[in-house]
Design a binder for this molecule. Structure first.
Ligand code: GLN
Length: 376
């Protein structure tokens, strides 16, 4: 008997292990391999030496951190939030997503998931007793709003959106929000769980957040992660934003799920958030994207548009006829570069033969990996 009979080990664990076993350059699992800001480490050390920061934090978060999140949301999106009732500090975005779904999805509620989708959404819906309804994005990873509309009915309770999008690197445009807003008018009881963990990693076009869409904010839960924003995926600290009515329910689950999040990490992020310019992250990663794309110009890979996140999607039709999972394994074992096959994020398993490279790496790593990829 299994509650999740279809679930195995995640592709991130599998590919990172394969990369390690074969000493391949790991462009699969999304994590930076460069040093984090020294100022962040110094702040962490200082806080570790302060005895005030070694015991439980308040359940909803370290008040100064909640306040700093409110300031960031205010300055980025002009939304005013109440720090104690509308912000919840979580143990990473994953826990925030899980907790929100557990709190808000009831037995047989339908939840729309747009595929390819990040892997933690579906299992959380299943564990909550809900029914995931997977709707495919178009081949170029745009939302097919007619298909979304066609899959909604009076059992639909939530739609999970992810913008900027992992694994494709695509970013929503204003028209996507207008379609969502029009659709939501016909379904007043449907909630939006908006995964915006890459909110500060967009390039030519600035990220549009649900926080900016006044007709949607009262029915939305917005998720973010400091792991992405400050290059600290291992810290596992993120946050949820939602109105008090939804957050009260989410907190009921959160308090028995983690109760409160790592104290020193929270104290450190509260200090650090007041010192950094969040808006510089986009140009930092844009340089890496441009470098990686220019290095791969002479390869046989066809690069898809990359508008945000630190992922570059690529077709490999000119190189191989293998399915994407086998191709990624071969790439790792024979050519020394690990990537992620995108088909595993499609519930239907459909394989459009596209793979994902993570470019959150030092320039040296990107150059070394590209040299290998260009030799194929
Ligand atoms: N979010 C990371 C990625 O997309 C992986 C996180 C994990 O390993 N679960 O690569």
């Amino acid at each position: 008997m299994s509650k999740l009979p279809d679930v195995g080990t995640t592709i991130f664990t599998i590919m990172s292990k394969l990369a390690n076993d074969h000493e391949a350059i790991n462009l699969s699992q999304g994590f930076p391999n460069f040093d984090v800001d020294h100022e962040l480490i110094n702040t962490l050390k200082r806080n570790a030496e302060n005895n005030a920061f070694h015991q439980y934090m308040p359940m909803t978060g370290f008040p100064r951190l909640n306040l700093a999140v409110c300031d960031a949301v205010q300055s980025s999106y002009k939304r005013a939030l109440d720090p104690s009732s509308e912000v919840l500090i979580t143990a990473g975005a994953t826990q925030g997503i899980f907790t929100a779904i557990m709190a808000l999805i009831e037995k047989d509620d339908e939840v729309i998931i747009l595929d390819p989708s990040y892997d933690c959404y579906d299992p959380a819906v299943v564990l909550a007793g809900g029914r995931p309804v997977h709707v495919s994005l178009s081949k170029d990873f745009k939302v097919d709003w007619d298909a979304v509309q066609g899959s909604m009915n009076d059992r639909t309770r939530m739609i999970i959106t992810n913008n900027p999008h992992n694994p494709s690197g695509r970013v929503w445009v204003n028209e996507d929000f207008m379609r969502l807003e029009a659709l939501m008018e016909s379904y007043p009881n449907v909630l939006i769980l908006s995964d915006e963990v890459y909110e500060y990693i967009t390039f030519e076009n600035k990220h549009i957040s649900i926080n900016e869409r006044s007709s949607l904010i009262d029915r939305s839960i917005i998720v973010s992660s400091f792991g992405k924003t400050f290059h600290i995926t291992g810290w596992k600290i993120g946050y949820l934003v939602a109105n008090k009515f939804l957050m009260d329910e989410i907190k009921k689950v959160h308090q028995f799920n983690v109760f409160s999040v790592n104290s020193i990490g929270q104290a450190t992020l509260a200090d650090y958030l007041t010192q950094v310019d969040l808006n510089s992250l986009g140009s930092f990663y844009q340089k890496k994207r441009d470098l990686f794309r220019s290095l791969l110009q002479s390869s046989k890979f066809d690069l898809l548009p990359c508008e945000g996140t630190y992922f570059q999607a690529a077709r490999y039709d000119k190189i191989s006829t293998l399915d994407d999972v086998s191709f990624c394994k071969e790439l790792t074992m024979r050519h020394g570069v690990a990537a992620i096959p995108i088909s595993v994020f499609n519930k239907s398993g459909v394989d459009n033969r596209v793979i994902r490279f993570c470019f959150a790496k030092t320039d040296e790593t990107l150059i070394e990996a590209s040299n290998k990829l260009c030799r194929i």
